[in-house]
Design a protein around this ligand. Structure first.
Ligand SMILES: Nc1ncnc2c1ncn2[C@@H]1O[C@H](COP(=O)(O)OP(=O)(O)OP(=O)(O)O)[C@@H](O)[C@H]1O
Ligand SMILES: [Mg+2]
Length: 256
């Protein structure tokens, strides 16, 4: 089982939009998906609530959690609730617990997708420790681009401190990208110049369909409107590339 953590401590950059579409995409291609919503805001939980499983996300940060695959929809959701914030105040030893619990669930699922909160507490670190792969959506505006260095340092820090050299950083993924904005385009060019090897080869374009899709609790490609269909084609191409990278042997390239 691969564990893909969608992480950026900056808020509103498109983490949840990506995470839920990844879960839908992987399930449609026949994979058994464990979706963990580690964000107490519970946005992914709201969108995927019909897939809710027996174990809560908070439970997975406690020793000896038992995970059961639910139903035949392909997705099992470990839902968020307000007790998730307690994890950040708990013992530092909990940083390894999620990883240990996921090892025990490795035979039940093909892929685990983890949506993380916009903060860097013990919970987010525990998610990074559990990751086989990390993907970081970024928004191409000033503060977000400036925060990239800190983001990469966090990933490197976790790899070193917790001996997670096997973790692959898939890259920074420009999201909610307004391709017509000269400012956003110049931010992307700057990013490619300065940190090109950490940038994922693709981006998610800003399109109206995403908010509607998430509110309707369906993937954007299942909405009828032409603009949503266009968004669907675009994001599926990105998701297919992510899937390809997950299927590859860990080659070591693009690791910070
Ligand atoms: N590609 C896109 N096109 C248009 N709107 C988008 C796109 N991606 C995200 N959004 C919108 O941007 C907002 C933030 O997105 P999202 O909730 O996915 O970000 P997040 O990083 O999970 O936020 P948080 O840090 O609060 O959890 C939402 O209103 C969402 O609908
Ligand atoms: Mg979110």
């Amino acid at each position: 089982m691969n564990t893909l953590v969608i992480n950026n401590q900056k808020g509103g950059v498109g983490k949840t939009t990506l995470a839920v579409h990844l879960a839908w995409f992987m399930a449609e291609s026949g994979r058994r998906v464990l979706m963990i919503d580690a964000d107490a805001q519970g946005n992914a939980t709201d969108t995927l609530k019909r897939h809710v499983g027996e174990t809560s996300a908070a439970g997975l940060f406690q020793t000896g959690a038992r995970i059961v695959a639910s139903g035949d929809s392909g997705i099992t959701l470990a839902p968020a609730d307000s007790s998730l914030t307690d994890v950040d105040r708990g013992s530092a030893a909990a940083v390894m617990t999620l990883q240990q619990n996921l090892v025990a669930a490795a035979e039940l699922f093909d892929i685990c997708v983890i949506d993380t909160p916009p903060s860097l507490g013990l919970r987010s670190v525990a998610c990074l420790v559990a990751a086989s792969h990390v993907l970081a959506p970024i928004y191409l505006e000033d503060y977000s681009v400036k925060g990239v260095k800190g983001l990469l340092q966090t990933v490197i820090g976790v790899q070193r401190r917790y001996g997670r050299e096997g973790m692959t950083f898939l890259g920074l993924l420009p999201s909610n990208f307004n391709t017509k904005s000269p400012r956003q385009r110049s931010h992307l060019e700057q990013l490619l110049r300065e940190a090109g090897k950490y940038v994922f080869p693709g981006h998610i374009v800003a399109r109206d369909g995403y908010a509607e899709a998430v509110a309707e609790r369906v993937p954007v490609w299942s909405l009828k409107r032409r603009s949503a269909q266009e968004a669907g084609r675009e994001i599926r191409a990105v998701l297919a590339k992510i899937e390809e990278r997950l299927d590859e042997e860990m080659t070591g390239d693009a690791r910070p």
